[in-house]
Design a protein around this ligand. Structure first.
Ligand SMILES: NC(=O)c1ccc[n+]([C@@H]2O[C@H](COP(=O)([O-])OP(=O)(O)OC[C@H]3O[C@@H](n4cnc5c(N)ncnc54)[C@H](O)[C@@H]3O)[C@@H](O)[C@H]2O)c1
Length: 255
């Protein structure tokens, strides 16, 4: 078996789209068996089929990351099929920006429920299996908006800031068991989440130009640029990294 994550089993939430889908493809290409999960059944199965057609190993499961009982089933189904669980990528997430002066508790809970509670549940259910085996790598998708604010995105920023600090606390608690936990902080990456947010804004082009101008490199990122970093964190190349924040943002937070 060859590849940077050969022989590992990786569970990727939000695997039907964007960064989750690309991470699944790249992990599979580097030798991992990949379990993709998502609410979106058709799109998720299509990514799994694509990986299989390319000679990789993958399966897709319908999964709402806010549903704790389903988390237990997904982890059990993964170990039943592949015998182990080495990597968890918590990529499922939603944006759902609301101006703060009009924001509702319901909207706040929807965003924090998926982004923060969903990440907690993933760690809560995957970490015991990893600790039992004495190894594992958990990769939580935070954001640059878990480090700096953005108008109209208070709940999102709070959820992603929460993911960053939750990651550090989990890393400290799980280090002795051989489980590493790191967060990834992308700038704005060209995925359906970002493209749809531009479309839903008052002026799509103005919004896009404004966002691009905040990245020193003068462009948006592409999913591969995040997925490659996720493969690195999943692999033993990052064996001395835990509790770290990996910022990949074209210089957005350098200013
Ligand atoms: N794209 C960016 O610029 C960017 C930047 C920083 C961080 N992120 C984070 O990266 C992650 C992936 O974002 P993306 O850009 O690929 O978005 P995306 O919208 O393309 O994909 C997100 C996926 O999550 C799934 N999902 C949503 N709610 C879910 C739930 N309750 N249970 C299971 N699946 C659910 C969606 O169906 C979708 O397939 C998110 O956590 C996002 O916040 C993205």
């Amino acid at each position: 078996m060859t590849g940077r994550v050969a022989g590992k089993v990786a569970l990727v939430t939000g695997g039907a789209s964007g960064l989750g889908a690309e991470s699944g493809r790249r992990l599979a290409r580097e030798g991992a068996s990949v379990v993709l999960t998502d609410l979106a059944a058709e799109a998720g199965q299509a990514v799994a089929d694509e990986i299989l057609a390319a000679g990789g190993t993958a399966m897709f499961l319908v999964h709402d990351v806010t549903d704790e009982a389903r988390w237990a089933e997904v982890v059990t189904a993964t170990t039943a099929r592949f015998g182990r669980l080495d990597v968890l990528v918590n990529s499922a997430g939603i944006s759902g920006g609301e101006p703060l002066l009009e924001a509702t508790l319901e909207g706040w809970r929807r965003v924090t429920g998926v982004n923060l509670d969903g990440t907690f549940l993933g760690v809560r259910h995957a970490a015991p299996v990893m600790a039992e085996a004495g190894r594992g790598s958990i990769i939580n998708l935070s954001s640059i908006l878990g480090k700096v604010g953005f108008p109209g995105a208070a709940a999102y920023c709070a959820s992603k800031g929460g993911v960053a600090l939750f990651t550090k606390a989990a890393a400290l608690e799980l280090a002795a068991a051989g489980v590493r936990v790191n967060s990834v902080h992308p700038g704005f990456i060209e995925t359906p989440m970002v493209v749809n947010a531009f479309r839903e804004s008052e002026s799509e082009n103005e919004m896009r130009d404004m966002v691009i101008s905040r990245h020193a490199m003068g462009r948006l990122g592409v999913p591969r640029e995040i997925a490659d970093a996720i493969v690195f964190l999943a692999s033993d190349e990052s064996s001395f990294m835990t509790g770290s924040e990996l910022v990949i943002d074209g210089g957005y937070t350098a200013a």
